[in-house]
Design a protein around this ligand. Structure first.
Ligand SMILES: Nc1ncnc2c1ncn2[C@@H]1O[C@H](COP(=O)(O)OP(=O)(O)OP(=O)(O)O)[C@@H](O)[C@H]1O
Ligand SMILES: [Mg+2]
Length: 272
């Protein structure tokens, strides 16, 4: 469990200060959490705070009661467009960089690199190639593998699906789900601009607005609240149907909407 207690963060520059995060108190449990919010609302800043890459100006962040600074290597961050950060001569060396920094060598290192490559579905023969020869999507997978090889307990991904085609997006979220399913103690946080991705893939949603916590709860709670002006497609459709007297209750995932519609067509009441 990650606990944020009245966390604020200021960017300071000669031009002045920007309050990017303002007094956020929240708890993030195991499983998958999405951070949503408009451009400039503080999503990337909050991600870096959760990973301990920057320290709050006020308030504190703890993981299972322990301060972040005691947890080196337990949090892993996949930056937006991480493929631009590959630098080693081979994909293998790139993935190995993080665990090596944690003091892992020899057989365990090799095992971790191969395990991480397998977890993201990178073919074995690609490990010996120059990372710059990979496709854009493969580079992103290699970058994610590099973070997974550190075996973090908390994994934060900033816009992991940005700029990928539908298949690439699907692949990324399949990885996210399989990590969460295989290890129930893992905490995965992803940032997204897509309400649909947040609705489809997250157990919990944190919505930011101007650096403040605008909403926090299950996708159903967040996307069906009256304050939400920008619901995902499935919720928007359910609301339109509701206005015509067709009640399919409150689906947020495609599968939930499908089940509700099927029940209606069979003549039963929908209570999805
Ligand atoms: N290095 C920086 N120096 C000064 N101000 C910054 C810096 N990085 C971000 N900010 C400001 O902090 C606020 C939050 O930025 P942040 O990058 O966290 O937003 P975001 O929600 O991730 O936006 P986006 O969706 O565009 O990625 C913005 O007002 C931004 O201008
Ligand atoms: Mg950002």
């Amino acid at each position: 469990m990650i606990s944020l207690d009245n966390v604020s963060y200021l960017y300071r520059s000669p031009a002045g200060t920007t309050a990017a995060i303002k007094g956020i108190t929240a708890e993030i449990g195991h499983g998958i959490t999405a951070i949503i919010g408009p451009t400039g609302s503080g999503k990337s800043t909050l991600s870096e705070l959760i990973c301990g890459l920057i320290a709050p100006d006020t308030g504190k962040i703890t993981i299972d009661g322990r301060p972040l600074r005691e947890l080196t290597g337990k949090t892993g961050m996949v930056f937006q467009y991480p493929e631009y950060q590959l630098f080693a001569e081979t994909v293998y060396d790139d993935i190995a960089y993080g665990p090596k920094n944690l003091g892992i060598f020899g057989a365990e290192l090799a095992e971790r690199v191969r395990g991480a490559a397998e977890a993201v579905g990178l073919r074995d023969d690609l490990l010996d190639t120059d990372p710059f020869r990979l496709s854009g999507g493969e580079k992103r997978l290699a970058a994610i593998a590099g973070v997974l090889a550190m075996q973090p307990r908390v994994l934060v991904l900033d816009e992991p699906a940005a700029g990928l085609d539908p298949r690439g997006r699907q692949k990324i979220f399949r990885i996210v789900h399989s990590l969460a399913d295989n290890d129930r103690d893992m905490t995965i946080v992803f940032v997204t601009h897509s309400m649909d991705d947040a609705a489809e893939h997250a157990d919990d949603i944190i919505a930011l607005m101007g650096g403040r916590l605008a909403a926090h709860g299950s996708p159903r709670e967040v996307f069906y609240s009256s304050a939400n002006e920008n619901p995902p497609e499935i919720a928007a459709l359910a609301q339109l149907l509701g206005k015509r007297g067709i009640n399919i209750c409150k689906p947020v995932k495609r599968s939930e909407a499908f089940d509700a519609v099927m029940r209606l067509m069979r003549g039963g009441d929908s209570d999805a």
